[in-house]
Design a protein around this ligand. Sequence first.
Ligand code: PMT
Length: 312
Amino acid sequence: MALLWEEFYDRTPRPSNLDENEKLLNNFAKHHIEKNNKIVLITSGGTTVPLEHNTVRFVDNFSAGNRGSISAEYFLDHGYAVIFMHRLKSLEPFSRHFSGHKFLDIMNLTMINDVTSISVAPQYVNKISKILRKYKETLKDNKLLQICFTTLSEYLWLLRSACQALTILENRAILYLAAAVSDFYIPSNEMALHKISSSGAPSIHLQLVPKVLEPLVNLWVSKAFVVSFKLETDENILISKAREALTKYNHNLVIANILQTRKQQVVFVSQENDYILSLTNEQIQNGEEIEKFIVQNLIEKHEIWMRSQKLD
Ligand code: PMT
């Protein structure tokens, strides 16, 4: 059986940099409430579960950070301020366009009279200047706060602090929980201190992680618009699992996706209805990103929901 969420926090050491992150989160939330802006908290990337305190080995959850980093850029386009809470070294907004060798491919190296110069290859100038302009504007307007986690416990501590900072936004906050969060872990007091010996097959006992969506929706940010993601590999159970989560946690929306098709299709599952959002072949060929349509749809829902609350 999983521990109660309160017991999990009681027994899991608080990360040493949490105070610093809480200051950043609180200042960001205050700044944007004064500006009358809306904020989205995006979680992105997978959490790790260490097998040793001095960690050499860990269990990881699948997520490259595409969904979160792409969505962050579209939320910024729609005027939202973004808290991007991501796995260290997973994809980030703006820099995602230059990850890996792409970064080197866009540059030209020339040498004239012993003077070396580096420039952007002409065919990339348009694309890069567009991205760079948006990035600089985002920085100037203080619209993006990036904070990172690696382990499951860092994620869960940060998530709670981020929610607490967002309470002052009330219904102007969206939570967009796209990170892939481990359901199993080894409690701190049961974890080996040093690298597990390979002299024999180890016996590793993982325990269930309490689902924090429940306190998140009911206690931490009870006035925010909460969106969770559901990832499955078997399409026969996808919608029933998504609906189960919606009923259990009573939040606003579950976005369901299948691992293999997640970049082309998702299903919006809400109290009112289910519908599929998918890219056409033409859109795929034109390099369109499904996150553009996810974010557009979501913002419409958020607007309608905020208006309906004013009427109550
Ligand atoms: O980054 P990409 O490579 O683009 O991939 C994107 C994605 C496929 C990872 C993303 O679209 C996605 O589906 N993310 C959610 C995957 C997931 O972990 O689902 P889950 O069934 O484990 O969790 C469901 C929800 O419960 C999540 O919103 C999570 O925040 C929440 N949860 C999970 C564990 C936990 N202890 N407490 C929770 O509240």
